[in-house]
Design a protein around this ligand. Structure first.
Ligand code: PSU
Ligand code: MN
Length: 302
């Protein structure tokens, strides 16, 4: 017997049953990654973009102990505005669910629940990864280990530029997570179109990615995730970016920010210090990734 409720929304359940394309969307970006009130506007817009591209959006979260695969508008409002929404990685899911609490899900937790629900395409902003100074702090996002174990294709704008990009790329390789650049061989750095690191593989269309997904299945490499790195078109001013990153890292160290608080702290610092420039870029990223994820889901379902 399930001791918790696991409920796809009627829209998502119908799409999955009919074999129609579905795209998973994470909720931590809504609760902890974007400021109010743009977080709710963006969450709604992103769902609409997925629909406009022919797929069904499934924003994933836990509300009052209920595991939700696809949210109603009231539930989106709750994730965006309620003050009791935790940030849940995979390890927190059962604890939040069984104790009747509420949480937004990170990339790791969203991907886990998506696969459990039968959804294999996922759009997010930027993946978590290895933090700068991780050789001492050991701060590496659980996104990486979770994705090494899940059959899912994640569309993202690379990893956040707040991270140690080189170390994250090494970990992606070790963890057998596939990596392709969308129309680029430059690994994107989230707010920046080019992190300075080169990608081995470039793909140019959703159909090409669908072919890779089918081949992954045949070759049984779909036990690990595939990451599609989709660079943002208009990046942040680089000089400003580097200055803000420096002050953000100093602020985090000075204030003793650790664990799951690090990423939200740095993102918030960026949005405030750049007077909204990083926010604009972040919103573009999530919109463009959602559109591409929907195109891929449609191509896979053909
Ligand atoms: N990308 C964004 N905004 C975010 C995140 C990613 O544009 O808020 C979130 C994702 O949920 C990701 C998480 O899984 O940050 C990583 O957190 P951590 O570094 O604590 O693992
Ligand atoms: Mn961390």
């Amino acid at each position: 017997m399930n001791s918790y409720e696991f409920v796809p929304s009627p829209e998502v359940a119908a799409a999955l049953k009919a074999g129609k394309p579905v795209v998973a969307l994470e909720s931590t970006i809504i609760s902890h990654g974007l400021p109010r009130p743009s977080n709710l506007e963006v969450a709604r817009e992103v769902e609409q973009i997925v629909r406009d591209h022919g797929a069904t959006p499934a924003t994933i979260a836990i509300l009052d102990g209920k595991v939700c695969i696809g949210l109603t508008d009231d539930q989106l409002i709750a994730i965006a505005n309620r003050d009791d929404i935790a940030k849940a990685s995979s390890r927190d899911l059962a604890i939040i669910a069984a104790t009747g609490k509420s949480a937004a899900t990170t990339v790791a937790a969203t991907a886990h629940l998506a696969v459990l629900a039968g959804i294999h395409i996922f759009a997010t902003g930027g993946l978590g990864g290895v933090h700068r100074g991780a050789n001492e702090s050991f701060d590496e996002s659980a996104d990486l280990t979770a994705l090494s174990d899940l059959d899912i294709t994640v569309v993202c704008a690379g990893v956040k530029s707040i991270l140690d990009v080189a170390a994250t790329l090494e970990r992606l390789e070790t963890l057998a997570i596939g990596l392709v650049g969308f129309k680029t061989t430059h690994f994107p750095g989230f707010y920046l179109t080019d992190s300075g690191y080169t990608l081995e593989h470039q793909v140019n269309s959703a159909d090409e990615i669908a072919a890779i997904i089918h081949a992954r299945h045949s070759l049984k490499t779909d036990i690990h995730a595939l990451v599609v790195a989709n660079p943002v078109i208009k990046e942040m001013d680089r000089v400003r970016h580097d200055e803000i990153l420096k002050s953000g890292l100093e602020g985090a160290a000075k204030n003793g920010i650790i664990g799951k608080a690090v990423t939200p702290f740095l993102l918030e610092h960026f949005h405030t210090a750049s007077e909204g420039e990083s926010l604009k870029v972040n919103i573009e990223i999530i919109k463009s990734n959602s559109a591409l994820a929907a195109d891929i889901a449609v191509a896979v379902a053909k």
